[in-house]
Design a protein around this ligand. Structure first.
Ligand code: SF4
Length: 227
């Protein structure tokens, strides 16, 4: 009996690892089409949102391992902040179909802020002015997406509320790298960070690769020198 070609074996393995919902959200009509696209580097795992749910987390790890072994996605590389040269545990990327990872802010302004507003602010501890869109407001806490500054500053017709300094309470996004445990103190690099500076915080929620990190600090200390 003839051996099956390797890519057919891989396709079957990938199909078994995918959710099997055949929902089309990834842009392919069925999971088997998505599996074939992954093998041809015409799709990315992030397009199937279900893979980031806790029930598929083990499958996701196996799928990423297989894709790395076949050189379809790159092996994890050392993540180093450009500004300070510190090593980060992972990059925090956006949730599927979002522009940046989410920031949860405590604004100090008395101005009323609501969902849909664009704000101009400076995160406490960061020298760079940010522009962001509010996607949620809850008892004075706002959740935002970063939308600038680079591509926004030249537009004369764009309106924003200047809210001054905001304290960054948390981040929410998808971990690109090894997934830590709840309660762990981590160093991470938000993918959208204009300074590419390593942040630190504490993991308060993990669901698959989706994480909420609170207690954000821009002061990251060098690791202790072992004697
Ligand atoms: S989004 Fe996921 S579950 Fe839906 S068809 Fe694509 S691979 Fe299958």
């Amino acid at each position: 009996m003839k051996d099956k070609p390797k890519n057919i074996d891989h396709k079957e393995t990938i199909i078994k690892l995918l959710p099997g919902y055949n929902c089309g959200i990834c842009g392919f009509a069925r999971c088997d089409e998505f599996a074939a696209a992954l093998l041809k580097k015409r799709g990315s795992v992030e397009s199937c949102h279900f893979m980031f749910q806790e029930i598929f987390f083990e499958n996701l790890k196996k799928l990423e391992k297989l894709l790395k072994e076949e050189n379809i996605i790159p092996e994890d590389e050392k993540i180093v902040g450009v500004l300070d040269g510190y090593e980060a545990d992972f990059i925090l990327g956006p949730l599927p179909k979002e522009h940046s990872c989410r920031e949860i802010l405590y604004p100090f302004t008395r101005e009323e802020l609501k969902k849909g507003d664009t704000i101009r602010y400076r995160p406490l501890g960061c020298p760079i002015i940010h522009f962001a869109k509010i996607i949620d407001e809850n008892n004075g806490l706002i959740t935002v997406h970063i939308v600038g500054p680079c591509h926004r500053l030249d537009k004369e017709d764009f309106e924003f509320k200047d809210v001054g300094v905001c304290m960054v309470g948390g981040f929410e996004g998808i971990i690109e790298g090894k997934v830590p445990s709840v309660g762990e103190t981590v160093r991470f690099l938000p993918r959208h960070c204009m300074m590419q500076k390593v942040h630190s915080g504490v993991i308060v929620q993990i669901e698959g690769k989706k994480a909420i990190i609170e207690g954000i600090d821009l002061k990251v200390w060098a690791p202790p020198i072992k004697g």
